[in-house]
Design a protein around this ligand. Structure first.
Ligand code: SF4
Ligand code: SF4
Ligand code: SF4
Ligand code: FES
Length: 958
């Protein structure tokens, strides 16, 4: 097992690094050092290897100067300044260790310890407590004041948060937690109440942590130098013994974590200070919601059955893959080569995804492979390729720290990409200006110390109209960066676009009413974006999941090119990718028309390269997309599916259509860690492995390739990549890899943007952003710097075509969907964690006016009917949504959010139009007919699974 945890890289230097071109030289205990101007004396000393005792300082937070433990003597300065708050000056002479300082520090420590429980040996932080360490450093031997006076030792613990406890009896009121919540997380949930002796930490907005405004990111727990804020898992299991650096398997931020272990047991996930996407921060999901990995619902034995009405039979791996292979071959013989296909997973590693598409193209012999990116960011791939020449975001996350204007469109970073959301809020607190374009009042619109200057609360389905109106203002008000356009973009395409957006029909005064946004707001947003300095666009599924998703992406790229906001830090076009490896699954050739590296299957030279490497003949025509697979299944021409780590029955639109298609298949092979909704229609179940059980890489929304490292053996005996290899071999196509590193080496050989990527290079750099090749051996943080990948940037026409999904008397409201912080996508993982404490069901948000018109009050059960189906949820009456718009999340299968969504999809990529569904809402008293059918089917499938389990127990007894 690789353990690259290097304690030296994790040393706390006391205060944050400062950047300055001016170097300052000083002497500390007789040793000379030069550091950037603005550096603290404490940090300069730490860089020399000199430890100054500290309690309230830590290098992830601005210095506070409250504990008085870090006093030093400085020649020419009176008294004993705190080294954490004193910046270095040229020629300064500092002494950190004198007998006078030692006495002062011991006195301070004595006071702390006199009001601290003396239970070090039984304390959960024993061995990893800064108070304990500093007491040792200062040589504390006695506490002269005794322990009898007023103290806080009897204060009650707050154990309300499911993941960490707050034990005020151990609090030294160092304020680190409060500052972490403010500076790192940006939630401002904590405060110090009272003064002097009565000072206590309190969580605002509730009586305890759980009920407060806390979002359980863990930053305060990380910052706390004592056992006051402590992970419950550490309390229960004890301090970890070793750690392995790996990457979060939830969202597209791709946070780096230290998986801290005791033996083979995971004790906690600690955000990695050296993580290049997260810099030591995390959200509740990656930090705490990992318990699903060992949940009793995990299925760890392969299973097969003839019909989906049969009980599952547990079989060996060999039997399962041989059965699956024989079914695939039987079906191909009977119905033809193209009657089967596969779906790759954006949850799995690059290496695993690569293998699944390779299996489809080699062993299946067709191009019927698609991925869940189909239903989220496929328009990003298409739109950015057309305009900029590369199907990926242009920046690093850190680039936002140089943005002056931030435009967030159809994205909700604080819920869906929380660590980036915190970074974005930090930049706003530094003064960047924010424009939000979203039908819903997301948290960013008005959060503590960060608010949007403009919130264009447009009607769902009008993104293209909005983008055209913004472009109209930029062009007609002379705000185009003409020199950038002349130098970097295709002149003819620009002229055509300019003439198009200048048309009076694209004026805000015309399109504003279409969008439901005042023209003046649109004009103000366009002016701010075009003239406010570095302007960066961040967008999400609220842009892509529309019938004109690709058009919107092109519209966004057009705006960036027209204003010259591309090709340097602080600007750019940034798709916020949803799943941990959705970027990677696209890069790895998961689409039916593209081989790895986004190269079209019709390109003979490209095909020849892969044919030679894979020793097969590849098909030159694109295969079936996921929606085409469903149609073909219902037509009877598509008969079998291999689906790895993707729950199409829950996540794809128009559930009844999807389940009808799945029911029509003769063989469904599902590889997953749980019996998910799709697996209920499966004939073969191959147990999957969690991210903790395998090696590989994920690629985040910044194109950052990061290592995933195995911290425990696969519960099912095989990692996902090994299962795919076994299936391929059973089909007669040998895949010869001893480990995922060899798979990456093949990817690098065959993919021009990956040629310098290898595990050794990833270990050396920490992570690498592709393109990473001979032109960019250290990777490419910012794209399109001197020229666009396609040469010249291409402005694309973006005519607004209203969606066919229209409101009428029968369906007068528009439903749009999104995510919530504590749950993740289809919820298969987070529903099996304590995160349900924050969100145990999907709710329907409805504006008070619409609710009142229908006699609905908060908490009522409401029926939601669309042209596709009906479901029932509980109502949440809120002004977050505008009148005429309702909103829900889709994390629970029984909610049936996708029973409502329709088959409409993006014209270019078939990405479903999840974000616009015309509905009517009524008060009801019972579940919908679909929900009753779903419940009965689910109960039956659970029974069939239980029977398998009973059989297993009986067999063991015999
Ligand atoms: S809870 Fe921890 S970090 Fe917060 S003030 Fe108390 S000791 Fe300091
Ligand atoms: S867990 Fe995060 S949000 Fe909650 S109080 Fe701590 S820092 Fe603030
Ligand atoms: S922000 Fe995303 S990648 Fe980071 S910890 Fe949270 S879920 Fe994981
Ligand atoms: S560490 Fe400097 S005052 Fe606390």
């Amino acid at each position: 097992m690789i353990n690259i945890f290097d304690p030296a890289s994790d040393i706390d230097l006391g205060t944050p690094a400062r950047e300055s071109e001016v170097q300052v030289s000083l002497s500390i205990d007789g040793r000379e050092i030069s550091v950037p101007s603005g550096t603290s004396v404490m940090r300069a000393a730490a860089l020399l290897g000199t430890t100054i005792p500290k309690l309230c300082a830590t290098d992830s937070l601005e210095p506070f100067g409250s504990c008085r433990m870090c006093l030093v003597e400085i020649e020419g300065m009176r008294g004993y300044p705190a080294s954490c708050t004193t910046p270095v000056t040229e020629g300064m002479v500092v002494r950190t260790q004198t007998s006078r300082l030692a006495g002062l520090r011991r006195n301070v420590m004595e006071l702390y310890i006199s009001d601290h429980p003396l239970d070090c040996l039984t304390c959960s932080a024993n061995g990893n407590c800064e108070l304990q360490t500093v007491a040792g450093q200062v040589g504390l031997r006695e506490v002269r004041y005794g322990y009898e006076g007023d103290n806080h030792l009897a204060e009650a613990k707050d154990v309300s948060n499911p993941y960490f406890d707050y034990d005020p009896s151990k609090c030294i009121v160092c304020n680190r937690c409060v500052r972490a919540c403010e500076e790192t997380q940006g939630t401002f949930a904590l405060t110090i109440t009272g003064r002097g002796f009565d000072s206590r930490v309190a969580a605002a907005g509730g009586d305890n942590f759980l009920d407060s405004e806390c979002v359980s990111c863990g930053a305060c727990v990380q910052a706390c130098p004592t056992a006051t804020l402590m992970e419950k898992s550490v309390v229960e299991i004890g301090q970890p013994e070793r750690s392995v650096i790996t990457t979060c398997a939830y969202c597209g931020v791709g946070c780096s974590f230290r998986a801290e272990m005791k033996g083979d047991q995971l004790v906690r996930m600690v955000p990695d200070k050296n993580g290049q996407a997260n810099h030591g921060h995390s959200c509740v999901k990656g930090r705490f919601a990992w318990g699903y990995a060992t949940h009793p619902d995990r299925i760890t034995k392969p299973m097969i059955r003839k019909h989906i009405s049969d009980p599952w039979q547990e079989v060996s791996w060999d039997e399962a893959v041989n059965y699956a292979a024989s079914e695939f071959r039987r079906i191909q013989l009977k119905y033809g080569r193209d009657s089967i296909g596969g779906i790759t997973s954006s949850r799995c590693t690059n290496e695993e995804t690569y293998l699944v598409q390779k299996l489809v193209r080699t062993a299946f012999g067709n191009n019927n492979v698609d991925t869940c990116a189909r239903v989220c960011h496929s328009p990003t791939g298409y739109g950015l390729k057309q305009t900029l020449g590369e199907s990926a975001g242009t920046q690093t996350f850190d680039s936002v720290m140089l943005a002056d204007v931030i435009l967030v469109m159809g994205a909700n970073p604080t819920d869906a990409h929380p660590v980036f959301g915190s970074q974005l809020k930090r930049r706003l607190r530094q003064g960047a200006r924010l424009i939000v374009i979203d039908p819903r009042r997301i948290d960013l619109v008005d959060s503590p110390h960060a608010r949007a200057e403009l919130h264009l609360q447009l009607r769902p389905g009008t993104n293209v109209a909005m983008l055209n109106a913004l472009a109209h203002v930029i062009v007609t008000e002379g705000l185009v960066n003409q020199s950038f356009v002349d130098e970097r973009c295709e002149a003819t395409d620009f002229a055509r676009w300019r003439d198009f957006v200048s048309l009076p029909e694209n004026a805000p005064e015309v399109l504003g009413p279409v969008c439901g946004v005042p023209a003046e707001q649109i004009r103000a947003a366009a002016r701010l974006y075009a003239t406010g300095g570095n302007a960066a666009i961040y967008y999400g599924l609220g842009v892509t999941e529309h019938s004109q998703g690709s058009t919107s992406v092109m519209g966004i790229a057009n705006l960036a090119m027209a204003t010259g906001n591309i090709g340097r830090e602080g600007v750019g076009v940034n798709p916020l990718r949803g799943q941990n490896n959705v970027q990677g699954s696209c890069d790895m050739g998961s689409f039916p028309h593209e081989l790895p590296g986004y190269r079209h299957v019709s390109n003979e030279a490209v095909r020849a390269q892969f044919e030679q490497a894979w020793n097969v003949t590849l098909q030159p025509d694109p295969g079936l997309r996921i929606p085409n697979m469903f149609e073909a299944a219902l037509d009877g021409s598509f008969k079998a599916l291999y689906c790895q780590g993707e729950d199409i029955a829950q996540s794809d639109p128009n559930t009844q259509h999807v389940t009808a298609a799945l029911s029509a298949l003769e063989c469904v092979v599902v590889q997953d860690i749980f019996l998910n909704e799709t697996a209920k229609f499966a004939h073969v179940f191959l147990p999957g492995s969690s991210f903790l059980e395998k090696d590989g890489t994920f690629t985040n929304a910044e194109r950052r390739i990061s290592r995933v490292r195995k911290v425990m053996e696969p519960l099912a005996g095989k990692a996902d990549w090994e299962a795919t290899i076994a299936l391929s071999e059973a089909l007669g196509y040998k895949m010869d890899y001893k480990n995922p590193s060899e798979i990456m080496d093949e990817i690098a050989r065959l993919t021009p943007t990956f040629t310098r990527v290898s595990y050794a290079e990833l270990d050396r750099h920490g992570s690498l952003q592709w393109p990473c090749n001979d032109d960019a051996p250290d990777g490419t943080p910012i794209m399109h710097i001197e020229a666009f990948v396609r040469g010249k940037g291409r402005f694309m026409l973006t005519g607004y075509v209203p969606t066919e999904e229209k409101v009428n008397n029968r369906y007068p409201l528009l439903l749009t969907t999104g995510r919530i912080l504590s749950q993740y996508n289809v919820g298969a993982q987070t529903r099996r964690t304590e995160n349900v404490a924050w969100h145990e069901e999907d709710r329907l948000e409805i504006h008070p006016t619409d609710a009142e018109n229908r006699g609905i009050v908060d908490g009522d059960w409401v029926g939601i009917g669309s042209r596709a189906g009906q479901t029932v949820l509980r109502a949440k009456v809120t002004e977050r949504v505008a009148p005429g718009v309702v909103y829900t999340t889709f994390h629970f299968p029984e909610s049936g959010a996708n029973v409502i969504t329709t088959d409409n999809s993006d014209w270019a990529t078939n990405c479903p139009e999840y974000k616009v569904t015309a509905v009517e809402i009524v008060r009801v008293s019972q579940p919908s007919e679909w929900q009753k059918r779903y419940q009965a089917f689910s109960d039956e499938q659970s029974r069939l699974l239980r029977e398998r389990r009973h059989a297993e127990k009986a067999e063991v007894r015999r």
